[in-house]
Design a protein around this ligand. Structure first.
Ligand code: NI
Length: 496
């Protein structure tokens, strides 16, 4: 339960238990009875790390009826990957985006790419999770991992807002800050977590004001969280302190009470009376489309076009371009994105494209233990299979970072390791013309072309890439068709 990635991988469990997961095909063959209040989601397990109580995260499907889009930013030289939600509300979105972009900027300044190419790349990974939801209050937490060349640390940052009025709440808006600070200082040892070196004094007279996480337990206890090294020795991981619901009750503002309720009894934020007692949708049965005719890559000039980091808000547009060009593609999906965009993942599968694994949370796998690598892979295999009916056979490790341990874990999971030999640098240039130019210039027979469907500019490049390469006599196939019979644990950069 300790390391960072678990925070996200727990979510599918919650999804199983969630009434809102009724459209999720995950569920057991015997349909489970609908709960009397179908819009209530319960998270079954804590999903963030920390030394004390941590808030439970909710199934992002709960936001399904809100126009939420998930944005991503990535970098390769410095290994940066961040995803965050936007709600179409100017103030809320500015606050969320502001946090993520400033954290990235700070990281880039603090930990520039080392001049020595052999030195390990600094890495920043920023996820987001849903903490609480109601028509008048949503809570999210940014959950981060940072590797700075020598040591790694976790960070988190909670954000609370009212989607109905576009209001952003600061921690001090939720409680009487002075009362909570006093309570924190006076907490009995058991509520101060098991950390022995906990020391609030460096934070001055208002420890609460320095907290990076404010949330609640399912019982309504207030959780106040701090980053690593903030109030305890750096070896201690993140720290939380818990004030019991009865004690904290008189300290809560009206907004704080709404936040507490939205975490204890989350409901679909678009609920007016009672939304969607949606009936369970059937398990997807994906009949892979008869891939046109079987293409013979010994005779034809075959290439494979691949899309990483999705599915995302632009993936459906991409599907229409691929359909128009009659082009099969290969999508290396992130588990966390499939969790957020399950219907899009299913649409990709239904259109007959190949789906591979890009891990759950886009961590550099060469920094993880075999157990962590296994969980990053198998949790993603599971959610892809559950949401799309497809069992993936390919792994693309984030950043193309591979070592013998990664290959071994891939082999155990039955996955071939697929890199690329045409890097369009679309993630870097964010330029449609440059992306098209790179793809047309560098592609040869057997090439595997790397693109990212989380960027609008990349998706916009696809029609010209298809037309340009078809004009040069290339035939698009999936990665598996290009490679012929890719073997688990073996690494490929191009095919025939
Ligand atoms: Ni990636």
């Amino acid at each position: 339960m300790r390391r960072a990635w678990l925070r996200a991988a727990i979510v599918p469990v919650a999804l199983l238990l969630s009434a809102c997961a009724t459209q999720s095909p995950v569920s057991s063959p015997t349909p489970e009875p609908l709960s009397p209040t179908p819009s209530v989601t319960t998270a079954s397990e804590t999903a963030l790390t920390g030394n004390g109580d941590v808030p439970e995260v909710l199934d992002p499907d709960l936001l399904e009826h809100l126009p939420v889009t998930v944005h991503s930013q990535s970098g390769y030289q410095q290994h940066i990957f961040a995803t965050w939600p936007e709600f179409g509300k100017p103030k809320i979105d500015a606050a969320i985006r502001g946090y993520y972009l400033s954290t990235i900027k700070q990281f880039e300044q603090d930990y520039p790419q080392p001049a020595d190419p052999e030195a390990p790349s600094p890495e920043l990974n920023l996820d987001w999770h849903l903490l609480a939801a109601s028509p008048s209050m949503i809570g999210i937490v940014a959950d981060g991992y940072q590797f700075a060349g020598a040591d790694a640390s976790d960070l988190w940052h909670s954000m609370w807002f009212d989607p109905s009025t576009d209001t952003v709440y600061q921690p001090a808006d939720l409680v009487n800050s002075y009362a909570v600070s006093t309570a924190l200082v006076g907490l009995e040892p058991s509520r101060r977590t098991m950390v022995t070196t906990l020391d609030l004094s460096p934070l001055g007279s208002n420890p609460y004001g320095a907290a990076t996480l404010v949330a609640f337990t399912g019982n309504g206890d207030l959780i106040v969280g701090f980053d690593e090294c903030q109030v305890a020795a750096c070896v201690e991981d993140r720290v939380t302190m818990t004030i019991p619901a009865t004690t904290v009750a008189p300290m809560l503002t009206a907004a704080g009470k709404r936040a507490q309720a939205a975490e204890m009894d989350p409901v679909d934020p678009t609920t007016t009376a009672s939304t969607s007692a949606s009936s369970p949708s059937p398990v997807p049965v994906v009949t892979p489309q008869p891939t046109a005719k079987k293409v013979n890559c010994k005779k034809l000039k075959c290439v494979a076009i691949t899309f990483d980091d999705g599915p995302g808000p632009y993936t459906k547009t991409l599907l229409s371009y691929l359909k128009a060009g009659n082009v099969p593609a290969t999508f290396f999906m992130l588990g966390q994105q499939v969790d957020t965009y399950p219907h899009t993942a299913l649409a990709v599968a239904k259109a007959g494209h190949e789906i591979g694994v890009h891990t759950w949370s886009h961590r550099d796998l060469t920094r993880l233990s075999p157990i962590q690598i296994d969980k990053e892979i198998t949790s993603t295999v599971d959610i892809i299979r559950n949401e799309t009916g497809v069992t993936p056979t390919l792994l693309r490790p984030p950043y193309g970072a591979v070592n013998s341990t990664v290959r071994k874990e891939a082999r155990k999971a039955g996955l071939a390791v697929v890199l690329w030999n045409v890097d369009t640098l679309d993630w870097k240039t964010r330029s449609t013309p440059k992306t098209v130019k790179a793809a047309l210039r560098d592609t040869r027979r057997g090439s595997i072309i790397l693109l990212h469907d989380i960027h609008k500019t990349s998706v916009a490049a696809v029609p010209d890439i298809i037309a340009g390469l078809q004009a040069k006599g290339y035939t698009f196939v999936t990665v598996t068709d290009l490679l012929g019979n890719p073997q688990p644990g073996v690494m490929y950069r191009y095919g025939r």
